[in-house]
Design a protein around this ligand. Structure first.
Ligand code: HGY
Ligand code: MN
Ligand code: MN
Ligand code: MN
Length: 421
């Protein structure tokens, strides 16, 4: 430690934003060249390489590190009071395919910079500081998001691990092939008694901060997500001889369902709905399709909103079948309820922002985050920084370094304030 100021806390501690920039630049090189944007998908070769680098940076910051059975990279600084619960700070370094350079990554680098800044200034916290790069937040072809934080929260179940992709590869296979041990998932679970708070710095991924000219957001709640797929059964017929008013065309019913998802979500308040895929058995133009599958999700910051969207879609299916002479079945996948961020912790974050000279606005998150799982273990709070043009999950994702610096400064101060709170 620099000067051994045991348990002392300086007023504010400046981040070394140059190091964060170097980290952003380095991780941006660890991407899959066969995919657009900056792709480092969960458990890919690039993801494993990226997490090795993250673990190295944690060690260089003086953290003792370990990787758990599903690939969470965890670094700890002991506090001056060994019995005090941990302050956890984290995010994720994996990306969606074709993603950007900031989603999750800003929070992982910001968390490590908290540790670096404390060490640089010889500041010892009372609480343990625990930094996490969660495995595979973004999800996988098996359809499971928040893999690492679910394992820590104890909610990564057998059904998740046995979920398979189109080729029959299970999530457990995917995790094993990356060198981890999903059969030991039970060893990943943390005891809530040992945790004081969870903080996550993240880009907003939407337009609200930029539209309001705000530099810091404090998240009130994170949207719930319900996933579904609709299987439409029609009748295979000749495309040239079958009159339009007698067809049972699965593709047409599927397409109408896609537009129904859009209409239902657009009619709600703060609700969104997205179809990711409309697939059919026979991509031929001279055969009327007898099967189509629509895969999508709904989101709402309120559980009642999610329920209303589901009820509306359920009610629409018989109408679509009648119009297209098809037979459809709607199946619901995982539903993650909305997660409420801790009000007291959020107030501490707003106060920390004020201490370092920044206004904070409160907003809900339309994107999901590892904080959804961590809020089941400890009071959770999130700090947002603006996304240029509100864009994310695309190569155009961008956040100014000055905005990141402001967010890391607030994160450091929030950790100090939680520690002394
Ligand atoms: O889907 C999400 O909202 C997150 O970015 N994985
Ligand atoms: Mn994210
Ligand atoms: Mn994301
Ligand atoms: Mn996240």
């Amino acid at each position: 430690w620099a000067d051994g100021r045991e348990g002392q806390v300086s007023a504010t501690i400046e981040p070394e934003i140059g190091w964060v920039q170097e980290g952003l630049d380095h991780l941006a090189t660890l991407v899959d060249p066969s995919l657009p944007g900056w792709s480092r998908t969960g458990f890919s070769v690039q993801d494993v390489e990226g997490r090795h680098w993250v673990a190295q940076q944690m060690r260089a910051a003086g953290l003792s590190t370990h990787v758990d059975a599903v690939g969470n990279v965890i670094g700890t600084f002991e506090g001056t009071a060994p019995a005090a619960p941990a302050i956890v700070v984290g995010s994720h370094s994996d990306t969606v395919p074709g993603g950007g350079r900031f989603d999750g990554i800003v929070g992982v680098l910001g968390a490590i910079e908290v540790a670096r800044a404390l060490r640089r200034t010889g500041t010892r916290l009372t609480h343990e500081l625990r930094i996490v790069d969660f495995a595979n937040e973004e999800g996988n072809p098996q359809g499971v998001k928040l893999v690492g934080s679910r394992a820590i929260a104890g909610t990564l179940g057998h059904d998740h691990l046995q979920a398979t992709d189109e080729g029959g590869v299970s999530l457990a296979d995917l995790i094993s092939r990356a060198g981890h041990s999903p059969e030991k998932v039970h060893t990943c679970r943390w005891d809530r008694a040992g945790l004081a708070a969870y903080l996550e710095l993240h880009i907003e991924q939407g337009p609200v901060l930029e539209r309001n000219g705000a530099g810091i957001g404090v998240v009130t709640r994170v949207c719930g997500i319900s996933t579904f797929h609709l299987d439409v059964h029609g009748r295979r017929d000749h495309a040239g001889t079958t009159p339009m008013d007698t067809r049972s065309d699965a593709m047409c019913c599927g397409a109408a369902a896609v537009l129904a998802v859009q209409r239902i979500a657009a009619a709600g308040s703060d609700t969104v709905g997205t179809v990711g895929a409309l697939t059919t058995t026979s991509p031929l133009t001279n055969v009327i399709s007898n099967f189509a599958r629509v895969t999508g999700e709904f989101r709402s910051p309120h559980m009642a909103g999610l329920r209303a969207l589901a009820e509306e879609l359920e009610a629409d299916i018989p109408r679509l079948d009648a119009a297209h002479r098809t037979t459809s079945s709607l199946s619901w996948g995982h539903t993650d309820p909305p997660a409420v961020m801790d009000r007291h912790l959020s107030d501490v974050v707003v106060g920390a922002a004020a201490t370092v000279g920044h206004e904070a606005v409160r907003l809900y998150s339309g994107a999901t985050h590892d904080s959804v799982q961590m809020s089941q273990l400890a009071p959770a709070g999130m700090i947002f920084v603006p996304s240029a043009g509100g864009r994310s999950h695309c190569p155009e994702e961008w956040t100014e370094l000055t905005d990141i610096e402001r967010g890391v400064r607030v994160l450091i101060q929030a950790v100090l304030d939680v520690d002394t709170g």
